[in-house]
Design a protein around this ligand. Structure first.
Ligand SMILES: Cc1cc2nc3c(=O)[nH]c(=O)nc-3n(C[C@H](O)[C@H](O)[C@H](O)COP(=O)(O)O)c2cc1C
Length: 371
């Protein structure tokens, strides 16, 4: 294993009980405040850059119509920005020099490839009250953040002003606005959101359409119909073509859908021209207090996502569909990553491992796979 990654990950596992004394939501908020400061601190950024260079071996990896420089990337939902009640408020904060997307620079500097977002066309405050839980024995999390984000316009303007400091390879994740039920309006809002990012000349290496938001009171399966997926993918791909940019579209889906539904989604996405399916988002389950439901991630999600990835992988070969599967769900160590690799899946997104294995989790997991 890479000695630097091992050192940092072992150190983190010793410090973890102390860090976990703080409730998960408070700890996450404190981390975001710290990251916002680090984004502007040249000495910290230089140290993070050095740590990344010492722990990461880059090698080009063609996946999903793009070229990654490392098989693992940080999944959406970590670097996604603050929530606002309106676009005017988000733009006002931007004009006043507020860091709208804490971690936008520090996180990719250390971790490498990041999928920013999910962003919706308009800002969202997300859900109130407790929205994040830890399940430490099962190395899992549960969240109902509810797509809190600054909205596509403010996020795109924020990143545009900093684009020379963005990492060489990053993705942008866009979500359908919850509570918008008219497919035409959904497509219009999504393409407007994508247009704002592409107009800002941000050059993401991929765009992900998040069809699966289990924490927004919407029916989590509702956005994942064949017809809607086809319409949304076609609209986004037409927009990308108008911009004459070779940016592939990926589609992120839920776990536990039926094989027939995965088949329909592959057909709709691949016929529209999407290049990868990200499997999966979180799994909706009752919260620890039983008052509502929230998305489970981490080890409790692993078998569900692995089953989804296996079904999608089998179907895409059967259907001869030109889409890759990108794994996501419950990858906390090399053995779990190896289980996806055994299916012939060579790129993955990771979130909960950052909490349970520490800041160099991606590098550690990758090197454990070959240990
Ligand atoms: C707090 C939190 C917020 C998340 N927000 C988003 C989001 O905005 N968009 C999205 O596509 N996925 C979101 N996710 C899901 C992750 O991207 C990922 O699909 C999921 O956590 C499974 O990966 P893991 O088991 O490695 O954590 C979020 C996950 C967590 C824990």
């Amino acid at each position: 294993m890479n000695p630097i990654a091992r050192l940092v990950t072992n150190g983190y596992s010793l410090a973890r009980p102390l860090l976990f004394r703080q409730p998960p939501q408070a700890a996450h908020q404190a981390l975001l405040r710290r990251l916002a400061m680090w984004d502007d601190d040249p000495r910290i950024l230089a140290a993070l850059r050095r740590l990344h260079a010492l722990s990461t071996q880059h090698a080009p990896l063609p996946i999903g119509g793009t070229t990654l420089n490392f098989p693992l990337m940080l999944a959406a939902g970590f670097v996604k920005g603050e929530g606002f009640a309106s676009e005017a408020q988000a733009l006002h904060a931007l004009e006043h020099g507020h860091n709208l997307i804490p971690g936008w620079r520090a996180v990719p500097t250390l971790v490498g490839q990041v999928e920013f977002g999910s962003f919706t066309r308009y800002p969202r405050l997300g859900n109130s009250g407790t929205v994040l839980w830890r399940d430490v024995p099962n190395r899992s999390l549960q969240n109902r953040v509810g797509l809190r984000n600054p909205g596509a316009r403010a996020a795109a303007y924020f990143l545009r002003a900093r684009r020379e400091h963005l990492p060489p390879v990053f993705g942008i994740n866009l979500a359908v606005s919850p509570n918008v039920s008219d497919p035409k309006q959904q497509a219009a809002e999504l393409t407007e959101a994508a247009d704002l990012f592409l107009d800002a000349h941000l050059r993401p290496a991929w765009l992900t359409l998040n069809l699966s938001c289990p924490n927004t009171e919407d029916d989590p399966i509702g956005h994942q119909t064949e017809a809607l997926t086809r319409t949304l993918c076609q609209s986004l791909i037409a927009l990308i073509q108008q911009h004459r940019q070779p940016i592939p579209l990926w589609v992120k889906v839920s776990p536990d859908l039926s094989s027939a539904q995965y088949r329909a989604l592959i057909a709709a996405a691949s016929e529209a021209g999407a290049r990868a399916i990200v499997a999966t988002n979180t799994l909706s389950r009752p919260t620890p207090d039983g008052s509502t439901t929230a998305g489970v991630s981490g080890e409790r999600l692993f078998q569900h996502s692995l089953r989804a990835a296996a079904a999608l992988q089998r179907l895409r070969y059967e259907m001869n569909a030109p889409v890759d599967v990108v794994a996501c769900g419950g990858i906390l160590d090399g053995a779990q990553w190896a289980a996806y690799r055994a299916l012939g899946i060579y790129a993955a997104q990771v979130w909960s491992a950052l909490i349970y294995r520490g800041p160099l989790a991606l590098q550690t997991i990758e090197s454990e796979t070959y240990a």
